[in-house]
Design a protein around this ligand. Structure first.
Ligand SMILES: [Zn+2]
Length: 48
């Protein structure tokens, strides 16, 4: 399981279709809305 960096929900990374990469790390999302928020400003969410 991986944590959605936007809403902190746990996401099953084996089933997850929603993911983004930032600086070589992969982030997983519970919904297209969370992914869109991350993609708009990945730096803000990837480093906390
Ligand atoms: Zn989410």
């Amino acid at each position: 399981m991986q944590k959605d960096p936007i809403c902190s929900m746990m996401v099953d990374d084996k089933a997850a279709a929603l993911k983004s990469e930032h600086e070589g790390k992969t982030f997983y999302f519970c919904s297209p809305g969370c992914k869109a928020t991350f993609d708009k400003d990945p730096h803000r969410y990837a480093h906390r």
